[in-house]
Design a protein around this ligand. Structure first.
Ligand code: PGA
Length: 249
């Protein structure tokens, strides 16, 4: 199996410009000989400054969201054209905080995803179940619906620019991680869903990151699982001392 590991730092709504630039510089120097694929995803106001630091390095620049329309009367939204202009290469969509705090549904996420792909962005589509959904045995069907509806209308060619992140909502920022076995089982299920939609070859190539309280001490065991191809890291990505060991697991 030849999938590459992909480790992403989701800074969420943290850091000022000077803090962001200094962390980005630390990561550039610590990861310049790193073996995996890397991504930093700062807040919108930090993108331009961090972009300048990452230019020409082995770390990609990502955004945490985008608008579903290219431009127009959308007060408070940020367009893919504006993101492209700053050197953004990847957009995270469907993060559980967008789904559950800001009520983004699968149809909206699908519109954003198709727009971002049509502009040549890589998209990380986040999926994952709530605690009550897991406890009532619905984790797989929730993920299946989020994948199927999120990827509606995506061509086989566009799918090459899609990464999936499985983030059980109950594990995000809580210190609780899915066991590597539980996570791998859902990852395997997600791969089957991709196979059903796009065929076996596409499913084998799909990078599926795990997210939810990934830390230096659990990263390697998670990554050792057959279907876990990287990590989307929140809290532990805010400091080089915790992110670098994850990124270099
Ligand atoms: P966490 O966040 O690592 O702080 O749990 C992960 C995420 O939401 O992407």
């Amino acid at each position: 199996m030849s999938r590459n590991y992909y480790v992403a730092a989701n800074w969420k709504m943290h850091k000022t410009r000077s803090e962001a630039v200094s962390l980005a510089k630390e990561l550039v120097s610590a990861l310049k000989d790193g073996k995996h694929k890397y991504l930093i995803v700062p807040g919108f106001t930090l993108l331009e400054s961090v972009s300048a630091v990452l230019k020409g390095t082995n770390i990609r620049l990502g955004a945490q969201n985008c608008a579903f329309e290219e431009q127009g009367a959308h007060t408070g939204e940020v367009s893919v054209l504006q993101l492209k202009d700053l050197g953004v290469q990847t957009v995270i969509l469907g993060h559980s905080e967008r789904r559950h705090i800001y009520h983004e549904d699968n149809a909206l996420i699908n519109k954003k995803l198709r727009l971002a792909l049509s502009h040549g962005f890589e998209v990380i589509l986040c999926v994952g179940e709530l605690l009550e959904e897991r406890e009532s045995g619905k984790a797989e069907t929730v993920c299946e619906t989020q994948i199927t509806e999120g990827l509606k209308g995506v061509s086989a060619d566009e799918l090459k620019n899609v990464v999936v992140a499985y983030e059980p909502v109950w594990a995000i920022g809580t210190g609780k991680t899915a066991t590597p076995e539980d996570a791998d089982a859902i990852h395997a299920y997600i791969r089957k869903v991709i196979e059903k939609l796009f065929g076996g070859a596409a499913a084998q190539k799909m990078i599926i990151q795990y997210g939810g309280s990934v830390k230096p001490d659990n990263a390697a065991t998670l990554m050792a699982k057959e279907n876990i191809d990287g990590a989307l890291v929140g809290g532990a990505s805010l400091k080089a001392e915790s992110f670098v060991p994850i990124a270099k697991f």
